[in-house]
Write a protein that binds this ligand. Structure first.
Ligand code: ZN
Ligand code: MN
Length: 424
């Protein structure tokens, strides 16, 4: 028996949550809408209709490229990618071929090949004996992220996808909701004999998976299937397959197209784009603090463990909620972190102030009472005197004294605030 090594690359499509579609003014938000109510001649591909690019979608794609540490193109353009399918009314998709908005980048040790912008297709709805087409999704801005074949296990694929998902959501450019199909995953898999160099001469692409778990299962299944073929002296075919969750297998759909089959050529109705350094740095300035940076800051600023900081920065909303609570100042950050992690308050309905209040009421934290402050001030007349003469250190001494009195169960920030208000 030979041993094999999986070679995996990922292609991810993410729908942007811009107000309007990529090349027309129709609303981009399509989920749950009455079919074919958000269409116009442009996104229906009617003859003579002219596309106009969505500026926000271009900016957001650049923003994602920058967040992934890729290189933004100075000149970029759109191309027509031709294929025939009922969900594609024009007979071609406006996509990007040889001049994508972004090349390169990384997530961890996985390299990103490119990030480009295109338009989504319509949606086929299969009923009993009929297939219906809903064009509400046709023309929604769609970002495609392609990795290099740097992934060698399902775990690595999962880590990468989680990180990308988190980044996209932090940037606020997509809901990346797998169930609603706003993030769709396509792994390509091949295997080579352990120790062999270079890429295998074939790869198998599994189309449009809408769950992290299914991707892992599909990758696992493909590795096994291809190893079996190779062990029997057969070579796996280059093809596109689909994942059947019901059967737990991938199923052959078609032999994989080569780029030449798509007859790419420059989209003649949209002028090429050129970006100045100034424009790109403008976009860079809009990037919010990203998960890694936030996690490090939480560890440093609030003395949280790596584990807690990781949980609290999982989403931007959760991290913001935690920091709002910290700002109130009555409960130490560590205590808040524990409470939020263990009790998982309903952030939609509980305000930070209300949470802090309920922690204090639960009696786990001694609230800093006026009495303690007064007592410490009258016990330490010398320090009070020194502070009034301008010695800042005397204030820190008093904070320390209050904290000792409270056996360390108060926030230094809050104690300082209360001391100051009494001293004035
Ligand atoms: Zn439209
Ligand atoms: Mn695509």
């Amino acid at each position: 028996m030979n041993t094999y090594e999986p070679i995996i690359g990922l292609e991810i499509h993410v729908e942007l949550k811009t107000k309007s579609k990529m090349f027309c003014g129709c609303p981009a938000s399509h989920f749950g809408k009455k079919p074919n109510t958000q269409t116009c001649p442009v996104c229906l591909g009617l003859p003579g209709a002219l596309p106009v690019s969505n500026k926000k979608a271009i900016e957001w794609t650049i923003m994602l490229g920058l967040a992934l540490e890729g290189n933004i193109a100075e000149i970029s353009k759109f191309d027509r990618k031709h294929y025939f399918y009922p969900d594609l009314p024009k007979g071609y998709q406006i996509s990007q071929y040889d001049q994508p908005l972004c090349r390169g980048g990384t997530i961890g040790d996985i390299r990103i090949h490119r990030v480009h912008l295109e338009e989504d297709t319509g949606k086929l709805i299969h009923t009993n004996n009929t297939t219906l087409v809903d064009f509400n999704r046709s023309g929604v801005p769609l970002v495609e992220i392609v990795t290099e074949p740097d992934i060698h296990s399902t775990e690595q694929a999962r880590e990468f996808l989680k990180k990308l998902h988190q980044t996209v959501r932090y940037l606020g450019i997509s809901d990346a909701d797998m169930e609603k199909g706003s993030m769709r995953l396509e792994p390509n898999i091949s295997v080579r004999k352990t120790g062999e160099k270079g890429l295998p001469s074939y790869k198998v692409e599994v189309k449009n998976i809408n769950s992290f778990r299914f991707v892992e299962k599909a990758i696992h299944f493909e590795i096994e299937r291809q190893m079996t073929l190779l062990n029997n002296g057969e070579k796996p075919k280059q093809e596109t397959r689909g994942w059947s969750e019901g059967k737990g297998i991938t199923i052959s759909q078609r032999s994989k197209e080569e780029a030449a089959d798509y007859r790419y050529f420059p989209e003649p109705d949209i002028p090429p784009m050129r970006f100045s350094r100034h424009q790109i740095s403008d976009v860079r300035r809009q990037i919010p603090e990203l998960p890694d940076a936030k996690r490090q800051r939480f560890i440093k600023t609030y003395s949280l463990s790596e584990y807690d900081a990781n949980l609290l920065t999982e989403t931007r909303a959760l991290a913001d909620f935690f920091e709002e609570c910290v700002k109130i100042g009555k409960v130490p950050a560590k205590k808040l972190a524990n409470w939020i992690i263990n009790k998982k308050p309903d952030m939609e309905n509980v305000l930070p102030a209300a949470l802090v209040k309920s922690i204090l009421e639960a009696g786990n934290v001694i609230s800093i009472s006026d009495d303690v402050i007064k007592q410490i001030l009258s016990d330490n007349p010398k320090a009070v005197e020194d502070y009034k003469k301008g010695k800042q250190q005397a204030l820190m001494f008093l904070v320390g004294a209050v904290m000792r009195q409270m056996k360390g169960k108060g926030s230094a920030e809050e104690i300082k605030k209360m001391l100051l208000s009494k001293l004035q």
